[in-house]
Design a protein around this ligand. Structure first.
Ligand code: AMP
Length: 396
């Protein structure tokens, strides 16, 4: 079956058409500037990437252009919509309502809408994408795959904040966690790749991308994760602060004469390694270059980032009373050798020894610990689209 995987933002929409038997990507692309003007980037398997400027006043036009591209007589990869068996939608927040992926029905749409408050920038956009697809592909089954679902197995002690309990009861304030599709995919794949029994294993997944989070996966189930009510908590990220003293918010608001929206903007968009490096970059390739040329702020950013990752790993070893494997994934985890080296340099006490040569490689399933290391360490590239396609097929 061919599955169309859709990841819809407020003004953009990423897509992949995946053959679920071969797990090949038949075509992929991106619609950008939806509601502004509109641009489609489309690339069939083995073919050239084509960019076209097309008017996309709403997501419906964007999805129509995606369908037109996929079924185009020359560059398309299917003859008609009949060859698309299902659509898998990434949905950011499922609150406590969704611990698994679900086939989309009217009730499901309503329940997703009820989570809008928890992810006001993302869920409404995800819903717009679903509605537009339903309009253009009536009769094609659609599945929602939630970023939060994998983390719903966390125990109360891990998801409650030290706040008045009523805030949890009245407003659903608790830790939810994100990147769940990736943490689920990578933990399962790591167990398989490393020859561990998933149901009897302690795995820490470090999803280090522009947004970054860590999870502790005990016997295949998430028992803790670093992101919280929103994706702002936890690790230092590209432009997000991660954990900090909440009193800093009031202090900075007064000093810089900012309101709450202004402070949130700083914490989400101007902090992290970007802010630490004095706006040099949020990209680790630039930070590495900066460090090599003696930029002390780039060095500080790199050190703060890695130290935070190492501290979280230590805390999750405590949470699981041990660890069998650590998996690095996403843009930084898969590619930035220097980050893995720094992080692992803190973990010798666990009996981890690193194969320095292996750690110089990137972007493929790879063991980077030595044969006698007490904990296995691996690079496991994530593939959220494939994970969504698999979930979708399993349900339809
Ligand atoms: P993601 O959000 O998973 O797509 O990760 C994007 C981030 O990965 C970028 O902002 C970079 O910081 C990092 N990244 C990607 N490629 C490399 C590379 N070759 N070396 C170091 N960092 C990289």
């Amino acid at each position: 079956m061919n599955v169309l995987v859709i990841n819809c933002g407020s003004s953009s929409l990423k897509f992949q058409l995946i053959n679920s038997e071969s797990e090949e990507v038949l075509a992929k692309g991106l619609c950008e500037r939806i509601g502004i003007d509109g641009r489609l980037t489309y690339q069939p398997e083995g073919g050239e990437k084509a960019v076209s400027e097309l008017a996309m006043p709403t997501h419906t036009e964007a999805i129509q252009f995606v369908i037109d591209a996929l079924t185009d007589a020359e560059t398309g990869v299917v003859k008609s919509l009949d060859e698309i068996g299902a659509v898998g939608h990434r949905v950011v927040h499922g609150g406590e309502k969704f611990a698994n992926s679900v086939v989309i029905t009217d009730e499901v749409l309503k329940a997703i809408e009820e989570c809008n408050d928890l992810a006001p920038l993302h869920n409404p956009a995800n819903l717009i994408g679903i509605n537009a697809c339903q309009k253009l592909m009536p009769g094609t089954p659609m599945v929602a795959v939630f970023d939060t679902a994998f983390h719903q197995t966390m125990p109360e002690k891990a998801y409650l904040y030290g706040l008045p309990y009523e805030y949890y009861e009245k407003y659903a304030v608790r830790r939810y966690g994100f990147h769940g599709t990736s943490h689920s995919f990578v933990s399962k794949h790591a167990a398989e790749f490393l020859g561990l029994d998933l149901n009897n294993s302690k795995i820490i997944v470090a999803h280090l991308g522009n947004g970054a989070s860590i999870s502790a996966v005990l016997n295949g189930k998430c028992i803790d994760t670093s992101m919280g009510l929103t994706p702002l908590e936890g690790l230092v990220m590209g432009t997000r602060s991660g954990d900090m003293d909440p009193a800093i918010m009031e202090y900075i608001a007064k000093k810089e004469d900012l309101d709450i929206a202004g402070v949130m903007n700083v914490l989400n968009k101007k902090s992290g390694v970007f802010g630490l490096s004095k706006n040099l970059s949020s990209d680790f390739r630039d930070l590495e270059e900066g460090m090599e040329s003696g930029n002390k702020y780039a060095k500080a950013a790199m050190e703060v980032f890695c130290y935070r990752v190492a501290k979280y790993i230590g805390s999750y070893v405590a949470a699981m009373n041990g660890v069998d494997a650590i998996a690095f994934t996403a843009g930084i985890g898969e590619n930035a050798c220097i980050v893995r080296e720094y992080v692992l340099s803190y973990l010798g006490y666990l009996g981890i020894t690193v194969d320095a040569e292996a750690n110089k490689k990137r972007g493929e399933d790879l063991v980077i610990s030595t044969a006698d290391s007490k904990v296995k360490v691996a690079i496991i590239p994530t593939n959220e689209e494939l994970a969504i396609a698999r979930e979708t097929v399993a349900l339809v």
